[in-house]
Design a protein around this ligand. Structure first.
Ligand SMILES: NC(=O)c1ccc[n+]([C@@H]2O[C@H](COP(=O)([O-])OP(=O)(O)OC[C@H]3O[C@@H](n4cnc5c(N)ncnc54)[C@H](O)[C@@H]3O)[C@@H](O)[C@H]2O)c1
Length: 369
């Protein structure tokens, strides 16, 4: 690039003053794959002390000790809660454990952030919210995508009225061949479902947040399993998944109606014969619309159909998003800042996912209470 003589170097001065404020003593339940990103993010925060970890798998406990120098490690999270008495807990177990581990931590006096999805069902989510209210503790859901700079740009555009009344959202979390070959992601009794509850939730939570969190009232949906439960020798990014224990859907399609008249269409799959992977949502409103990827706002200006894109967006990589979501939780607990993804956001998304599954089972539209 030609040297324009314009410096882009920042002259902001680095300060190295030791942090002296309050510190949050945090513990982690579930030391598997996602715990590593969580621990990296938490270790970068001067106002957080990671005090303990729990996992039923001794190899994962050893790996956590080796990588993160965490020494208070437990096979039983109940014992950890009793002995360590953490101020806050992050729950990173398979989905079936989100509700029991969260409720145990809240009852032990800890604030909680739980990984997505919030739980296995809206009823479980509600019991978590009730437990938080009873214990007078904060409860957040690990929806990092609402902190993404593109999501923040679109939410702000919506708040500024640039879309007008939003009528339609289209959510796509599509993998051509991406069945997880680790953990228990193929087991319905541990996860509650497949791509709809695992990756659909990410795009649904972003779109629902940007729409202004309307109340879902009805769902129509259909799910199919045709590939994950059979041997497969096609090369792909995550081959050799455990097809023998695979009981979740490969493909799920949903249609949600909201109380304000808006409609959301959801397409999500772990495996489907599609051209390529897609991770996106689009909105159409009376005055304007948008897409998340690429981040763009579609309006009429100066008698012209106009697409607006960002000249600069901050970093939105996985670790940065985890730092942002955990920062919001830590500030919520230590500084009483508002939580961007409270339990109520989790239960709304869970009702959407659950509605699609129930409708597929019933073969007709179902009401969402
Ligand atoms: N926010 C995100 O982008 C993101 C990314 C990946 C995973 N996740 C979520 O995080 C959760 C875990 O996913 P993962 O990929 O780390 O799975 P994983 O299988 O790698 O890890 C789960 C860990 O929980 C442990 N565990 C199981 N039962 C336990 C119990 N009773 N007590 C303590 N530990 C127990 C397992 O031994 C395992 O080490 C899931 O809910 C998943 O949806 C979120």
């Amino acid at each position: 690039m030609a040297d324009t003589g314009v410096s882009t170097e920042s002259f902001a001065q680095e300060t190295n003053v030791a942090y002296k404020g309050p510190r949050l003593r945090m513990a982690i339940i579930g030391c598997g794959g996602v715990s590593e990103t969580q621990l990296k993010a938490l270790q970068s925060m001067p106002d957080v002390e990671i005090v303990a970890g729990a996992d039923i798998n001794p190899q994962r406990l050893q790996a956590t000790k080796d990588k993160f120098a965490l020494t208070a490690l437990y096979a039983d999270y109940h014992k950890m809660l009793k002995e360590i008495k953490p101020d806050a807990v992050t729950v990173c177990t398979p989905n079936a454990l989100h509700a029991p581990a969260t409720i145990a931590a809240l009852e032990a006096g800890a604030h909680v952030i739980t990984e997505k999805p919030m739980a296995m069902s809206p009823q479980e989510c509600q019991s978590m919210i009730d437990a938080a209210n009873k214990a007078k503790r904060k409860l957040a859901v690990g929806f990092q995508y609402r902190f993404h700079p593109a999501t923040q740009m679109l939410r702000r555009a919506r708040d500024e009225g640039q879309f007008g009344k939003v009528m339609f959202a289209k959510c796509q979390a599509l993998r051509r061949r991406g069945i997880p070959n680790w953990g228990v992601f193929g087991q319905k009794h541990m996860q509650g479902g497949g791509p709809m509850i695992d990756i659909g939730v990410h795009v649904i939570e972003m779109a629902h947040y940007v729409m202004g969190s309307p109340k879902p009232v009805a769902a129509t949906g259909k799910i199919w399993t045709y590939m994950g439960n059979k041997p497969n020798d096609v090369s792909s990014v995550w081959p050799d998944w455990d097809w023998k224990t695979y009981t979740v859907e490969d493909l799920a399609i949903g249609h949600i109606r909201f109380d304000n008249g808006a409609v959301m269409q959801i397409e999500t799959c772990f495996a489907a014969h599609i051209e390529r992977d897609v991770w996106n949502f689009t909105l159409a409103g009376e005055k304007g619309g948008c897409s998340w990827d690429p981040p763009a706002i579609f309006t009429d200006r100066a008698g012209t159909m106009t697409n607006t894109t960002a000249a600069f967006l901050a970093e939105g990589d996985f670790l940065t998003l985890f730092k942002l979501k955990l920062r919001n939780f830590v500030d919520g607990v230590l500084r009483d800042q508002p939580l961007e993804a409270p339990g109520e956001a989790g239960v709304a998304v869970q009702k959407i996912v659950d509605g699609v599954y129930r409708s597929s089972e019933a073969g007709q539209e179902v009401r969402i209470a």
